[in-house]
Design a protein around this ligand. Sequence first.
Ligand code: CMC
Length: 427
Amino acid sequence: MSFSNGSPSVDLPVYSGSIGPDVIDIRKLYAQTGMFTYDPGFLSTAACQSAITYIDGDKGELLYRGYPIEQLATHCDFMETCHLLLYGNLPDAKGKAAFTRNVTQHTMVNEQMQFFLRGFRRDAHPMAIMTGLVGALSAFYHDSTDINNPEHREISAIRLIAKLPTLVAMAYKYSIGQPFMYPKNDLSYAGNFLHMMFATPCEPYVVNPVIERALDRIFVLHADHEQNASTSTVRLCGSSGTNPFAAIAAGVACLWGPAHGGANEACLNMLEEIQAMGGISKVGEFMSQVKDKNSGVKLMGFGHRVYKNYDPRAKLMQETCNEVLAAMGLENDPLFKLAKALEKIALEDDYFVSRKLYPNVDFYSGIVQRAIGIPVKLFTGIFALARTVGWIAQLNEMIGDPEYKIGRPRQLFTGAERRDVVEISKR
Ligand code: CMC
């Protein structure tokens, strides 16, 4: 590698993964040259090695442990996907039943959690509540907080996957003033979540199988996405040796942002705003704002750091959207029509085409969730619930990696050089 400042060139090792770009090992660069690398936003930096998820952004391909997302979304459910992400293989029927039973046995949360929850304002954003509740799990489950103990890592993984739906549903019930519904372990993972969300103690609740399947697919599609902002946050947080619940809480906090998981909420709000402005007839006006760099308006649910062709999750989500709306007699849903019109216009517009901006998973997930009856503010909470398995799989992979070190990025310092403090009366 040669340098523009005249420093002598150095040879650096290059490693190949099983697929994807090779990486240059720069770990000894500072020792050899006295220089750091500079890569804000990690545009060219691999911060770890991982065998979990692979994305080919140019092909629009997403693989969990080698399996294409289209096949997983069609042939497997969320429990199989969790097993795959955590342990590296798809379970057989017996293994799936044992794993599901294990998760099911941990769906309840400590009864004391509800008193902690009651400390929040009823109008608190669910992601504020989730950040607090997930972090607070470490105060309730002391027997699984040692990240260096493989048994603790295993049990905390199962607990997190099992308890997140319970916590999200509790946050929702609290916001509308209804009693919490305990988990029902004879239901599927998605079915149990729907029951905790929408049942009341007064009447029997029957899970709609179309909605159950749609929700399960939402979970599968969001389960992992390699080294995105929240996953990298979980890895960095966990690299200090903190407990898994604290590390996952950090991931929840990161996911909340509108450039990341918060985009599904922002996207639906955007569609509702355009609808209120006059709907499809106002799309042109809205697009002009999006293209005007001074407006600060973005087309939410569009664009991705890695996908430069198409987000395969968006295609599957659009399919699910069609199914759910048809099952609920909402084929003419104006927001769905508006979303399709926006997508069509964007895909033909040079601004989007030249920047390789395509719909991402969040473009249609909000419409599906809204049709299911999930309030807009809870969308990102559902994303967090689904992504928890990815976060914990990545965290456990990191801890088990003999090359893992505490994460400690370097900086290009641009502030004041050393100077002396002047006494306050003389400043
Ligand atoms: N609307 C309008 N312009 C956009 C958009 C958009 N949604 N996304 C990117 N651009 C423009 C951007 O202004 C830039 O233009 P220019 O080259 O003229 O300065 C160009 O496209 C490249 O964008 P970038 O900001 O350099 O790309 P990035 O990789 O840093 O950002 C992103 C990726 C997802 C943060 C961004 O596309 C975005 O903010 N999208 C909207 C939010 C969203 O939908 N996020 C969900 C991502 S998928 C789910 C998840 O992983 O959480």
